[in-house]
Write a protein that binds this ligand. Structure first.
Ligand code: AMP
Length: 280
């Protein structure tokens, strides 16, 4: 028998969570579904640390700046439920009108540089959409802990900032990137790749991993330039490569700092992929 409780509407979920709150911590894992082991690693961490775990599955149109990308985004709810297996979790799978009774609902915060660079630059409005949905979902679920993957490292920085600005009591827990055996970062979008493109996509991690072995002889700027040349010569349709400070996300030029990170966004077979790696 499945131990999963499913909710579509806000009020029944909140009534249930009101009961559960007395039992202890509520953990929250927001997702857009098409679940894979990366998502499950967040869920399992939440299950270890919390008494009740809520997973939301909602493809948020407000964070897509490209209508085609939104349309193509995989939606596999019954498979998602199957994948959760015998985990005792709460799945919140709302409709648009459950999340946004007011269609125009929007949360706008001054997030500064961290939301303007990289994803913010190439996907204008993306982080406004992320902040809007996560803010609303936090209001609905009112979690003690919320789990986010470093796969979307910039998003994690944005959420940290959002929690600080909104003075929320939720603890944001960063979780490491889960990868396929080939090194490709797990992503719901990987299922849109052909077999050949998936093989090619494993080159992302290979090149990033090779790059972090060479930092002693290169400035961040030189390494970024080299990486751009390498990705381009291997036929990647590159959107950006950036090497930044881990907290401010400001581009590093001449000097390395502890925890510096390399970020990439590229298209393979029309599918947009992102990845990042910490420089040791
Ligand atoms: P998404 O469904 O893509 O919005 O992702 C939901 C959450 O899962 C986000 O916090 C992601 O960063 C996280 N996530 C997605 N892929 C991975 C991965 N490969 N490893 C770890 N976390 C991930």
């Amino acid at each position: 028998m499945s131990l999963i409780r499913r909710f579509t509407h806000v009020s029944p979920l909140q009534e249930y969570l009101l009961e559960r709150r007395d039992e202890g911590l509520i953990g929250f894992v927001p997702t857009m579904g098409a679940l894979h082991d990366g998502h499950l690693s967040l869920v399992d961490r939440a299950l270890e640390e919390c008494d009740t775990v809520v997973i939301s599955i909602f493809v948020n149109p407000k964070q897509f700046n490209n209508a085609q990308d939104l349309e193509k985004y995989p939606r596999t709810i019954e498979k998602d439920i199957e994948l959760l297996g015998d985990r005792e979790v709460v799945v919140f799978h709302p409709e648009f009108s459950d999340v946004y009774p007011d269609k125009a609902y929007e949360v706008k915060l001054d997030l500064g540089n961290i939301a303007d660079v990289m994803e913010g630059k190439f996907r204008p409005g993306h982080f406004d959409g992320v902040v809007t949905v996560v803010s609303r979902l936090f209001d609905i679920v009112n979690p003690d802990m919320a789990y986010f993957g470093e796969k979307d490292y910039q998003q994690l920085a944005v959420i940290h900032r959002m929690v600080e600005v909104q003075e929320r009591l939720v603890e944001v827990v960063p979780c490491p990137i889960l990868r396929e055996e080939s090194g490709l970062a797990m992503s719901s979008r990987n299922m849109l790749l052909s077999y050949e493109d998936k093989t090619k996509a494993s080159g992302i991690y290979r090149l990033l991993n090779e790059a972090i072995q060479r930092i002693d002889e290169r400035s961040p700027k030189l390494l970024a330039d080299e990486l751009r040349a390498e990705f381009t010569s291997e036929g990647f349709d590159l959107e950006y490569i950036d090497i930044t400070h881990p907290l401010t996300l400001e581009t590093l030029h001449n000097e390395w700092v502890d925890g510096a990170r390399i970020f990439i966004a590229c298209y393979i077979g029309g599918v947009r992929l992102i990845d990042n790696i910490a420089v040791k």
